[in-house]
Each structure stands twice: as structure tokens, then as C-alpha cells.
Design a binder for this molecule. Structure first.
Ligand code: PLP
Length: 367
């Protein structure tokens, strides 16, 4: 930060030190934007019609998004109060962390994981405890369990994990929940659950009845293609969700977003067919990359993880030069599964890239 960027009023130093939000890089009109895990399909006509018919912009929305909560409650066999809706599941994460953790408290999660977690914890005044991912890029839940202390207030489990695409298995998750204190909030972030095809993966919803300290987060942004309208939901115990409701900025979920979400639930079959197209595209891309010699985790979200390590910046530049806008992290590159043509382009260039990786690089298969 240059001196001229110093705030002129006294802000919390940990807030001033936070990195500004980095949005997935904008794509030139000829490039493919594969940097934010968005859905490449245009909204369905029925969803657009629902949005266009919601015109009472002069009125505040229904504060509790009751109509949408009723639909979700029916779908997941919960009571209406066991459903909470927010302006994206990021908002719900913020609310739950604020409700449970403050200064002196710890929030535990695997790392590398969703980039919003660290700043949401800092904003709450709490401290992040990060447990490194396993060598296979999945969560190390047994190690996370050993890091729970008197000060831990929230544990976040992300399955499939953004950005590595790995899942937590149902067995791993249940073994973890069995040793977590019953008064410690566990958030299972399932932003990509609709893309999961591995039958061993955890699904939080049936576990809600067994674990009174579990909250499951889902979103309309990814599989349902409503990232621009901001709507996500939490399923969990009423008292915990009441805590989140108490920390929420009121009236953030607009009537338009609610109408689009309901229209999307009406079109679930059609939308899940699109999801299927994307998962088939994803699996074909993963098989092709593996055949090229890449050593990458089996993807279970709508994105692929290249653990390129120190070569990350160079490779991201190569991809960008051919019109593929991807998301580099210090440990590797996350690439969303987008238009078919973008995958063809990706496979063509990745075949050259893997041959150029140093021998012994962990993103390269042995032999
Ligand atoms: C995209 C994403 C979310 C939430 O996105 P919203 O648009 O705020 O619903 C939450 N968690 C993870 C891991 C994500 O990748």
C-alpha cells in the first residue's frame, strides 16, 4: 500500500491489511472466461420470464424470502425455519461466522480452500487455523480434528473443495463428526454438490437429523446458473440459523432473485440435464489430461485443478495468451468447465504444457 492509500480515518488494522477482493479476471470478447466457476449456459427462458414478471421494485422484498424457503423446505423435508436464504452462500458463511466466532476465537478449515474463508474470519475478528490439504489435495479431517481446541467456534468443510475439486467421503465426514464436540458448529459448504458423481461423497442433508451442530450451505450460483442474482441457502437447526438471521444485513435477497430461484426449482430436471452435460465434459477432459501425462485430482465440481506449483504464473500466462482466462493460485491453476470449444482449446495447449514440465514435477505422472 502506498502512503496515499493510507486511510484518513482509523480503521481496524487487520481490515486495512486484507487483500482487496480479486474477481476472476475479465475476459476479452474473444476469450473464454474460465476463472469464476460460472455456468456457461444462458438462463432458461422460464427463469428470464419469472424475473421479468417481478416488477414491484418500489417495494422492499419479503424479509425472510418465505416463498422460496417453503419450496426448499418441501424439497429437503425440513421445516421452513430450518431453511435460511441469503444473498449468495458467501453471505451465509459471513453470517454464521459472525454469529459463532469473535475476537479470541478460532475458525478451522482446510487449505487451500475457498478464498473467501480467510477474510470472512478476519472480518469477524476471529483467527483462522488452516490445516494443509493432503498430498492428494483432499481435506485431512483426522488432522483437523486434532486441531480443535477450547477456542474453536466454527469448522468449515468444503466438499467438493474449491479449488482442488476433491470430495470428502461420507465415511470420512461421519468419522469426523463423531469426534467433534456437539456444541461446535460445523459448516459443510456444498456449493458444487450438484456436480458430484462419486457415490462415496458426503451429502450433508441426510446427516442433519443426526448432527445438531451441522449446517449445510448450498447455492443457486453454480449448477443453477444464477451467480449474478445472488441467492444461496442454509439448512440446519433453527437456533443456529436464528443466529445467522440476527447477524444478516436485512432485506439483501431481492424479490427478483427469489423469483428466479423458484423458477429454477420448477425447472430442476432441465437444469440438472445441463449439469450432466458439464460433468460429462469435465470427466472427458480429466481423462484426456491424464492420458497426456497430467497428475491431477479427479474433479467433482465444475472445474479442474492443475497443481502446477512454481510453474503456475508462466502456465497461466500461456493459457491466457490463447484466450483461456483461468484462476491462478500460489499452488496451482483452477479452470472452470465452460463451453465445449474452450475445453478443446484447453486440451490442445495442455498437451504441450505437460511435456514442458520439469521431470519429477508433481503435476506430471511418473513413467
Ligand atoms: C462459489 C462458492 C460459494 C458461494 O457462492 P455464492 O455465489 O455466494 O452463493 C460458496 N462456497 C464455495 C466453495 C464456492 O466456490
Amino acid at each position: 500500500m502506498s502512503p496515499s492509500d493510507q486511510p484518513s480515518v482509523r480503521l481496524r488494522p487487520e481490515i486495512v491489511a486484507l487483500p482487496a477482493y480479486r474477481q476472476g479476471q475479465a475476459a476479452a470478447t474473444t476469450a473464454f472466461k474460465l476463472s469464476s466457476n460460472e455456468n456457461p449456459f444462458d438462463p432458461l427462458p422460464g427463469v428470464i420470464a419469472a424475473v421479468n414478471s417481478e416488477t414491484a421494485y418500489n417495494r422492499y422484498p419479503d424479509a425472510s424470502a418465505l416463498a422460496l424457503r417453503e419450496r426448499l423446505a418441501a424439497r429437503f423435508d425440513r421445516s421452513v425455519d430450518e431453511v435460511h436464504v441469503g444473498a449468495g452462500s458467501v453471505a451465509l458463511l459471513a453470517q454464521l461466522i459472525l454469529a459463532a466466532a469473535g475476537p479470541g476465537d478460532e475458525v478451522l478449515y482446510s487449505w487451500r480452500s475457498f478464498e473467501a474463508y480467510p477474510s470472512l474470519v478476519t472480518v469477524a475478528g476471529a483467527t483462522s487455523i488452516r490445516v494443509p490439504n493432503r498430498d492428494d489435495h483432499g481435506h485431512d479431517l483426522p488432522e483437523m480434528a486434532t486441531r480443535i481446541t477450547e477456542r474453536t467456534r466454527v469448522v468449515i468443510v468444503c466438499s467438493p473443495n474449491n479449488p482442488t475439486g476433491t470430495i470428502v467421503t461420507a465415511d470420512e465426514f461421519e468419522a469426523f463428526m463423531a469426534v467433534v464436540p456437539r456444541d461446535l458448529l460445523v459448516i459443510l459448504d456444498e456449493a458444487y454438490i450438484e456436480f458430484v458423481t462419486d457415490p462415496e461423497a458426503v451429502n450433508g442433508v441426510p446427516l442433519l437429523k443426526r448432527f445438531p451442530n451441522l449446517v449445510v450451505l448450498r447455492t443457486f450460483s453454480k449448477a443453477y446458473g444464477l451467480a449474478g442474482l445472488r441467492v444461496g441457502y442454509a439448512l440446519g437447526p433453527v437456533a443456529v440459523l436464528d443466529g445467522a438471521r440476527a447477524t444478516a444485513i436485512p432485506l439483501s435477497v431481492t424479490g427478483v432473485a427469489g423469483a428466479a430461484a423458484i423458477a429454477s426449482l420448477d425447472a430442476t430436471d432441465q437444469l440438472l440435464r445441463r449439469v450432466r452435460t458439464l460433468t460429462e465434459r469435465r470427466d472427458a477432459a480429466w481423462r484426456a489430461l491424464t492420458e497426456q501425462g497430467w497428475n491431477i485430482p479427479a474433479p467433482q465440481g465444475n472445474f479442474i485443478w492443475l497443481p502446477t506449483g512454481e510453474e503456475t504464473t508462466d502456465i497461466a500466462d500461456v493459457l491466457s495468451a490463447v484466450g483461456l482466462i483461468v484462476r491462478p493460485f500460489p499452488e496451482g491453476i483452477r479452470i472452470s468447465i465452460g463451453e465445449e470449444e474452450s475445453v478443446e482449446k484447453l486440451l490442445a495447449i495442455c498437451s504441450d504444457i505437460v511435456d514442458d514440465l520439469p521431470t519429477g514435477h508433481s503435476a506430471r505422472r511418473l513413467g
